[in-house]
Design a protein around this ligand. Structure first.
Ligand code: GRF
Length: 220
């Protein structure tokens, strides 16, 4: 796969392992674009250092400095717009975004959630999957809409649950799958294969199911 010229902005709040996956894909010529900026709402986020070490622009929009969600989102949106991204990637970005913000980036804004959506929206997904006796967990990349984790799915990958799994062991087994899944799903937007329409996420002529299309990486 040759590198294309799409521009990505990546938003994070924490350790940045998914950012690392995007950068590895980019270095390997497997990302149809380049990460132009990494923005965090937390000045101490470890992901900022990963970006800086890779020579990528970083910015902090510290949510504690804004009185309202609207004010924070407006500054965040302006910061993103300055980099003119084609796709805005939420990678462990732990802020709920306003409908105004989400509408501004409609069809360009994607998130990864560590469950097989529409199951287990919200937090503690792995524990909830274990408590429910599920045989598999997984991760989903989806368009972001104003409802938390409810935007149309693009791509999801299942990960088997094994006897003795804890939330921590399952999370650490799902993570490498996230790292394959997320750049691959972003490529579908960057190349225009998948887009957000009124009916949902559309891939060619197909309206995707709520969780998106099932996908398994060749290796993990
Ligand atoms: C990932 O588990 C992702 O699914 C969730 O937040 C976590 C981010 O991890 N949305 P990292 O910061 O990319 O390592």
């Amino acid at each position: 796969m040759s590198a294309a010229s799409g521009r990505l902005a990546l938003l994070l709040s924490g350790r940045g392992s998914n950012l690392g996956a995007f950068l590895r894909a980019q270095a390997a010529g497997e990302l149809q674009g380049s990460v132009e900026v990494v923005i965090s709402n937390r000045p101490e986020a470890a992901g900022l250092k990963i970006a800086q070490d890779a020579g990528i622009a970083t910015a902090v929009v510290d949510h504690t400095q804004y009185e309202t969600r609207e004010a924070f989102d407006e500054v965040l949106a302006q910061k993103i717009d300055g980099f003119k991204p084609d796709v805005v990637v939420l990678a462990g970005f732990m802020r709920i975004l306003t409908a105004t913000f989400v509408d501004r980036f409609r069809g360009q804004l994607i998130n990864i959630h560590p469950s097989l959506l529409p199951k287990y929206r919200g937090l503690n997904t792995h524990q909830r999957a274990l408590d429910a006796g599920e045989r598999e967990g997984g991760a989903t990349v989806h368009f972001v809409t104003a409802d938390l984790d409810e935007g149309p799915g693009i791509l999801q990958t299942p990960v088997p649950i094994v006897p003795g799994d804890t939330a921590a062991s399952l999370a650490s087994r799902v993570l490498p799958f996230e790292h394959k899944l997320y750049p691959h799903a972003a490529n579908l937007l960057l190349t225009g294969q998948v887009s957000l329409k009124a009916q949902g996420a559309v891939w060619g002529d197909e309206i995707l199911p709520p969780g998106g299309r099932l996908w398994r990486p060749n290796s993990c």
